[in-house]
Design a protein around this ligand. Structure first.
Ligand code: AMP
Ligand code: ZN
Length: 472
């Protein structure tokens, strides 16, 4: 069976277009990642979940994926915080990077193939700036910093479609900066200040001590790890201007080749209409949601309830509705696992569901419609399973269809979270076991382990602590 065409909205052309990887086999995509000065909020994770959906859709279509996501571990906010706390930038970024990965894996966001850190790519960044200086599109100003001269790159503004006046307004923050030829020129390399040196955020370069500009990082790491022309570049809509516009300018002015064939941008997650941001109070952390027993499956369902290009409102009611929806997915998975056979109609609905699911998913990642196909299937399959049936082939088809769809959406709730009373009991027993082990009472520790096993809980001691899960 031939697969439906894979369509994506390309911000560069403002059109939904057929997409295929340039080499026909592997989709090389770059996603702007977190700035690790504060744990990412659910808004950031909406964008990362959209990347996860894209990865999984691409694989379902039969292509391989090579995804790179940067970790911005040097920037103004990080430097400011390190100075405030009297530590080095690493003292801020390392723990936050750890939290990012813990939250990411809680949300079942598949790991990218690489997570380059900006501070580990300084030589590549310097080489890129040198290339731009040689090409005559970058200059060192009196303040010691190196800037990109946007007037010498005529295509500037193509992605964001801003006219010169709007670009000027966007650059107003820097207009008191007289060192630049043009207020809109952006920094490639920033001359080091005392506060940068103090926290380990300065490196040697041909232009003296300094640090990379944020836009430069992404261009240098993307091209180093994925080549001069990417298949897809992703990020939230707020990154179109200036960040992605500047990435294009730097990369294309250096190589003469298109930087990315397709640009995909996710819309914002809002809290009651207001954009979520780390600095204001309306922040939901993944940790907070975890503590409130909101399952990863429910969060995924909630995020996928809107198309990635539409804004989505975070609300208690919406999360509750998603928790209820994924409970049905979990119940159905269990039922499917235990069923002894099916009916021909079960097989037919399984096949139809997969066709509808792929058609929706490959149509610019229409997750709400794809989720709809899964639930239509669950309803009709439940009705068929009520009728019994002994057809093993039909049951196998239903299981396969469910695996295909759930392999992308990943919506089975973790039973540890589904039953908070059980979770609390397990945590209490584990802490008693920890105490027993600390006082070297291994008999008691073993007894607690058996007590847990008796209630169907398997435990595993890891360097990061004891993990547990229900089995059977
Ligand atoms: P940052 O850590 O601020 O660099 O952001 C990481 C990613 O999250 C970027 O792709 C942003 O575009 C995206 N982002 C930031 N805020 C939101 C939001 N409220 N909703 C969706 N995506 C967001
Ligand atoms: Zn970026």
């Amino acid at each position: 069976m031939s697969e439906p065409e894979f369509l994506l909205y390309n911000t560069l052309t403002r059109r939904v277009e057929p997409f295929a990887p340039a080499d026909g086999t592997t989709v090389r995509f770059y996603s702007c990642g977190p700035t690790v000065y504060n744990p990412a909020h659910l808004g950031n994770f909406r964008t990362f979940l959209f990347n996860d959906l894209l990865r999984r859709a691409v694989r379902l279509r039969g292509w391989k994926v090579r995804q790179v996501m940067n970790i911005t571990d040097v920037d103004d906010k990080i430097i400011k915080r390190a100075n405030e706390q009297g530590t080095q930038i690493r003292g801020i970024t390392e723990p936050v990077t750890g939290i990012f990965h813990a939250d990411r894996s809680y949300l079942r966001i598949e790991a990218a193939e690489a997570y380059p850190k900006a501070t580990e790519y300084i030589p590549q960044m310097i080489a890129l700036v040198e290339r731009l200086v040689r090409a005559g599109v970058a200059y060192q100003a009196d303040d010691g910093s190196v800037y990109f001269a946007i007037a010498r790159f005529p295509q500037y503004g193509r992605l964001s479609r801003l006219d010169t006046r709007e670009i000027k307004a966007g650059a107003r923050v820097a207009q008191d900066d007289y060192a630049k030829e043009n207020a809109q020129d952006f920094a490639l390399w920033k001359a080091a200040k005392a506060e940068d040196e103090r926290v380990g955020a300065a490196w040697d370069s041909p232009w003296g001590r300094g640090r990379p500009g944020w836009h430069l990082e992404c261009s240098a790491m993307a091209m180093d790890l994925l080549g001069e022309t990417l298949d897809i570049h992703t990020g939230g809509v707020d990154l179109i201007f200036p960040h992605h516009e500047d990435e294009i300018a730097q990369s294309e002015a250096a190589t003469g080749a298109p930087f990315s064939r397709c640009w995909c941008h996710g819309a914002f997650l809002l809290t009651e209409g207001a954009k979520m941001a780390k600095r204001v109070g309306n922040v939901s952390t993944v940790q907070g949601l975890r503590e409130a027993n909101v399952s990863a499956a429910a969060i995924r369902h909630f995020v996928f309830s809107a198309h990635y290009r539409k804004e989505l409102n975070l609300s208690e009611e919406a999360l509750d509705a998603s928790a209820e929806a994924v409970r049905r997915v979990g119940d159905f998975a269990e039922r499917l696992g235990q069923a002894a056979g099916g009916t021909p109609a079960l097989a037919a609905s399984a096949d139809a569901a997969v066709v509808d699911f792929k058609a929706a998913l490959f149509d610019d990642l229409n997750a709400p419609k794809a989720t709809g196909a899964l639930f239509t299937f669950i309803n009709s399959a439940n009705a068929e399973l009520d009728r019994g049936g002994r057809d093993a082939g039909a049951l196998a088809a239903a299981r396969r269809a469910f695996e295909i769809m759930n392999g992308v959406l990943d919506l089975i709730p973790d039973r540890t979270v589904a039953d908070p009373a059980l979770a609390a009991w397990v945590e209490e027993r584990l802490s008693a076991r920890r105490e027993a082990r600390q006082r070297r009472d291994f008999g008691e520790a073993d007894r607690i382990r058996q007590e847990l096993t008796a209630r169907g809980i398997a435990i595993e001691d890891t360097p990061g602590g004891t993990k547990w899960k229900p089995v059977g």
